[in-house]
Design a protein around this ligand. Structure first.
Ligand code: EPU
Length: 359
C-alpha cells in the first residue's frame, strides 16, 4: 500500500492532465479493510474517496482533491468445472483483454466478443461492457464488492447488479462500491457462441477458412473482433481516447419513422416498448463531424462516436466539455436528438458529474 501526490495523466486513457492529492494502491482485500479503518478514525482531515480502475472510461479533472483508491488485486481462480462449463473468479486488477485471450486459449468460451476492450476486469461490471451482440451480464455470475459507506463486503448476484445498457447498480451509485473480483460461468461448448452480428460473421468465417477449419471456432471470432476493432477504433496508447464517447440514444419508434422519411439511411435497432436505439456515430457523421470537433478533442476518422485527444497530457476536462457541447449541439440542430455522454465525468472533489455541467 502506498500514499502520495500523484500525476494521473498517464492513468487515464484519454490522457487528460490530472494530479490527485493521494493515491492508495490495493493489491489484496485485507488492505482495504485496514485502510478504511484508519480512514474512518481520522474523519477530520479526510479527503473524499474516489475509486479508479484502468481509467479507460473516465474524464478526470485537472486537480482531483480526493484519495484515489486503485484496486490492483490479481489472480484468476478455477472454482468449478463440468463437461459443459467452467466457473472462474477473476480479481479486479486483471487486464480485461488478457483475460479474454486467456479464457479462449483454455477453451472456455463466452467472452470472445468482448476482446480488445480496454481497462481492467473490476471496472467491466460498472458499465456492463458490451460489443458485437454480447454484454458482460451474459456470462457474469456474481461480483464481490466492498460497500464504502458501511465498510462491509458483499456478494452481489447478477440480479443484484441491476444491469442495463451500459448501466448497473455500480454506475447508479458512484463512489459507493469497490469491486474486488468478478465470477464468470464460461462454456466449453463452442457451437453456442458464434457471433452473428453484422460483419463479424463474415470476418470470422474468413479466419476459419484460412485456418482450414470447416466450422469457425471461438478463437476465430476473437480474431475477427480484434481485426474489426483495430480497423475502426483507435488504440489509446497511440491516440488517447475513452472508447465510445456518446451512448446510442434510444428514441420512440414514431420519431424514428419520421426521421426515416427525411433520412432513409438512418441506422437504428428496434428495442422493446416501441423504442429504437439509433447509431450515434451515424448521426455525428451526418452532422458533418466525422474527424471534426474542437481541437484538440476531435472525433475519430474511422468511428465518429469516439473522441480523441490530440494533445496528450496537456488537454483538460474543459477541452472535452467544449468539444462535447459543439458536437451535441450540431446533432441536436439537425436531428432534434439529445446525445448523452457515456464515460464518467469526475468533479474536482471526486464526485460524479452529469451532463448539465457542460450542456
Ligand atoms: N456509423 C456511422 N458512422 C460512424 C460510426 C458508426 O455511420 O462514424 C454506423 C455504422 O456504419 C453502423 C452503426 O453506426 O451501421 C453502428 O456502428 P458500430 O457497429 O461501429 O457500433 P456503435 O453503435 O458505434 C457500439 C458500442 C461500442 C461497440 C460497438 C460494437 C455503444 C455506445 N458503443 O458502437 O462500444 O464496440 O457497438 O458492438 O454502445 C465502447 O463502449 O467504448 C465501445 C467501443
Amino acid at each position: 500500500m502506498s500514499s502520495q501526490l500523484v500525476d494521473l495523466s498517464h492513468g487515464n486513457t484519454m490522457a487528460l492532465a490530472c494530479v490527485a492529492d493521494s493515491v492508495v494502491t490495493l493489491t489484496n482485500e485485507a488492505q482495504l479493510d485496514v485502510f478504511m479503518t484508519s480512514y474512518s478514525e481520522n474523519t477530520e482531515h479526510n479527503l473524499p474517496l474516489f475509486v479508479l480502475s484502468g481509467g479507460s472510461n473516465v474524464l478526470l479533472p485537472a486537480a482531483l482533491e480526493a484519495i484515489v483508491l486503485q484496486p490492483q488485486m490479481r489472480g484468476i481462480t478455477l472454482m468449478a468445472q463440468t463437461d459443459k462449463y467452467v466457473d472462474i473468479e477473476v480479481m479486479a486488477g486483471e487486464n480485461w483483454h488478457d483475460l479474454v485471450v486467456h479464457t479462449v486459449s483454455q477453451g472456455w468460451y463466452g467472452l470472445e466478443n468482448l476482446a480488445l476492450i480496454p481497462g481492467l476486469t473490476g471496472a467491466a461490471p460498472v458499465q456492463n461492457i458490451g460489443a458485437y451482440g454480447v454484454q458482460l451480464e451474459d456470462c457474469l455470475q456474481y461480483v464481490r464488492a466492498y460497500h464504502l459507506p458501511t465498510r462491509t463486503w458483499h456478494h452481489l448476484t447478477r440480479v443484484d447488479c441491476e444491469f442495463g445498457y451500459r448501466d448497473s447498480i455500480f454506475k447508479q451509485s458512484p463512489n459507493t462500491w469497490l469491486i474486488s473480483c468478478v465470477g464468470f460461468r464460461l462454456h466449453t461448448d463452442a457451437k453456442k457462441i458464434l457471433a452473428s452480428y453484422g460483419d463479424v460473421r463474415a470476418v470470422t468465417e474468413r479466419y476459419a477458412e484460412q485456418q482450414g477449419r470447416l466450422q469457425a471456432e471461438p478463437a476465430d471470432v476473437m480474431q475477427a473482433i480484434i481485426d474489426i476493432r483495430q480497423q475502426k477504433l483507435p488504440d489509446p496508447k497511440q491516440l488517447p481516447n475513452c472508447g465510445s464517447f456518446f451512448q446510442n440514444p434510444i428514441i420512440p419508434q414514431e420519431q424514428f419513422t419520421a426521421l426515416q422519411t427525411t433520412y432513409p439511411a438512418i441506422v437504428g435497432y428496434s428495442m422493446p416498448d416501441a423504442m429504437v436505439k439509433v447509431a450515434a456515430g451515424w448521426l455525428i457523421e451526418q452532422a458533418g463531424l466525422k474527424g471534426g470537433g474542437i481541437a484538440p478533442i476531435v472525433t475519430h476518422q474511422q468511428q465518429a462516436l469516439v473522441l480523441t485527444n490530440h494533445t496528450p497530457y496537456q488537454a483538460t476536462q474543459d477541452d472535452v466539455a467544449t468539444a462535447q457541447r459543439y458536437i451535441s449541439n450540431a446533432v441536436y440542430e439537425k436531428f432534434a436528438i439529445q446525445l448523452s455522454r457515456e464515460p464518467v465525468w469526475v468533479n474536482a472533489d471526486g464526485s460524479i458529474g452529469y451532463d448539465e455541467h457542460v450542456a
